[in-house]
Design a protein around this ligand. Structure first.
Ligand code: NAD
Length: 487
């Protein structure tokens, strides 16, 4: 039974509304998906667990260098014999087919993602899976129209793609859909804590009769990722993950002919001016930092609120946070699920403790944490200054740092005072202020009076330590084609 407090202080009790997991068939063990079939790896295996219960879900193969080599060879053959040669309109048919199968198997994918990642079913069902399908639909539309892209029509060859654990299926679709639309073949490595939807996607490729070797899925941790990105026969490296690993990858490919796109970390400012519609802004603040447990590269993890409405916004925010329901990811009432891993939970705890030691004031939503699994209550820090580590470092959890400002110039200065530059939000009633502030912010994406909106037609990516290259939209084709950008 979940108990929640309404904005007026009344207590509501929600009967459990669990989504059934019967639709999902998790196998005891998984091999690697190479050349259209599942094969045993040469290396060891590792376990993937449910972060909400710590239950072991499956044993998964850990690809070693020899496995990576076989997968890259399969992708090379598929590129030179089939995928790089067939007309774009033929590739489009496969992409449309994959998109439709993702929709048909949407519930299965949503349940599996919730179990393996810990995120709430209402997010996987309403965000991850529909947007993943939308990416395949969108890039299917581009496959036979590349001459209008402005980036040429010739594919690069084999793409080595490495993705993180926060949006496993969605990041897979951001990577695979444009690569395939442009005629490249792919070897993709999902994160070690969330391999299961990528392995289900491999089954979807079989179901769609995708020619063998066009998509290869290899599982493993950092060593597998390193072997993939440094493989000499990979033409293009696409990485989403931490800035630290992104930097190591940039070094390892420097001096080679490989093309690289890096989507890295962030520390976004969500700026609330005193004329903003405050209730809407509070929803945007909550969505900005507590959506997906704050495991979002573009999360609005720094709230910059104009001093004159600071107390009012904080009071409303705390009232709203007290209504958030934390618990079983498969319960349809759940707003905040489990932290993805014990390691990530330790990192969030450590940075939060540092926030307190540095003098910021901590407040957490009053919610009961389950006995098993990895959990962290939605938390805000007030009295934060630019010098605090919690204002500078990415926490990648449900933790918001609150700072204040007096003038638009101060808001812009504080928002840009970060090594990152991925996203930002602006809340104000004034259209001209939105345009002025958005123009002055050094961020790849700026949302106005909304936050965390994703659409396949819209490019996404960062500046500075948030990486380079864009995914999504026409811009997302550039990283997978040989032509020069028209800009
Ligand atoms: P991570 O960098 O530790 O891992 C990401 C992936 O890289 C995993 O698959 C991992 O196995 C692999 N990897 C680890 N070491 C490697 C190496 N040396 N060579 C090649 N691959 C290696 O990041 P994480 O903790 O899984 O993800 C969280 C980070 O991802 C956050 O910093 C977040 O901001 C970032 N992120 C960015 C975006 C974006 O679009 N900008 C989106 C989601 C997440």
């Amino acid at each position: 039974m979940m108990v929640s407090t309404s904005p007026t202080g009344a207590k509501f009790e929600y009967a459990p509304a669990p989504e059934s997991r019967a639709i999902v068939d998790i196998k005891p063990s998984y091999g690697l998906f190479v050349n259209g079939e599942f094969v045993d790896g040469h290396g060891h295996s590792f376990k993937t667990i449910s972060p909400s219960t710590e239950e072991v879900l499956a044993e998964v193969a850990e690809a070693d260098e020899a496995d990576v080599d076989l997968a890259v060879k399969a992708a090379r053959r598929a590129h030179s014999r089939v995928w790089g040669r067939i007309p774009g309109k033929e590739r489009a048919k496969y992409l449309f087919r994959i998109a439709r199968i993702i929709q048909e198997r949407g519930r299965e994918l949503a349940v599996l993602e919730s179990i393996d990642n810990g995120k709430p079913i209402k997010e996987t069902r309403d965000v991850d899976v529909p947007i993943a399908a939308a990416h395949f639909f969108y890039y299917a539309g581009w496959a036979d129209k590349l001459e209008y892209s402005g980036h040429g029509t010739q594919s690069l060859g084999v793409a080595g793609q490495v993705i993180p654990w926060n949006f496993p299926l969605l990041m897979l679709s951001w990577k695979i859909a444009p690569a395939l639309a442009c005629g490249n073949t792919v070897v993709l490595k999902p994160a070690e804590t969330t391999p299961l939807t990528a392995l289900l996607f491999a089954e979807i490729c079989q179901q769609a009769d995708l020619p063998p070797g066009v998509v290869n899925i290899i599982t493993g941790a950092g060593d597998t990722g390193r072997a993939l990105v440094s493989h000499p026969d990979v033409d293009k490296v696409a990485f989403t993950g931490s800035t630290e690993v992104g930097r190591a990858i940039a070094k390892s490919v420097a001096g080679s002919d490989k093309r690289v796109t890096l989507e890295l970390g962030g520390k976004a400012a969500n700026i609330v001016f005193d004329d903003a519609p405050l209730d809407q802004a509070v929803e945007g603040i909550v969505n900005g930092i507590f959506f997906n447990q704050g495991h979002v590269c573009c999360a609005g993890s720094r709230l910059l609120v104009q001093e004159s409405v600071g107390d009012e916004v904080l009071a409303r925010l705390k009232r709203r946070m007290a209504t958030l329901r934390l618990g079983d990811p498969l319960d349809k009432n759940t707003d905040v699920g489990a932290i993805n891993s014990a390691e990530q939970l330790a990192k969030i705890r450590e940075l939060s403790e540092i926030g307190e030691q540095e003098g910021a004031e901590r407040w957490s939503a009053p919610c009961e944490l389950p006995d098993h699994g990895f959990w962290f209550a939605p938390t805000i820090f007030t009295g934060v200054t630019q010098a605090h580590r919690i204002a500078r470092e990415e926490i990648f959890g449900p933790v918001l740092s609150v700072l204040t400002f007096r003038t638009p110039a101060e808001a812009i200065e504080k928002a840009n005072n970060t090594p990152y530059g991925l996203s930002a939000g602006v809340w104000t009633d004034k259209g001209s202020r939105i345009l002025k502030v958005a123009n002055a912010l050094r961020a790849g994406v700026v949302w106005a009076n909304t936050f965390n909106k994703f659409d396949p037609t819209s490019p996404f990516g960062g500046y500075k330590e948030s990486g380079y290259g864009r995914e999504g939209g026409r811009h997302g084709l550039e990283g997978y084609l040989k032509g020069q950008s028209l800009k």
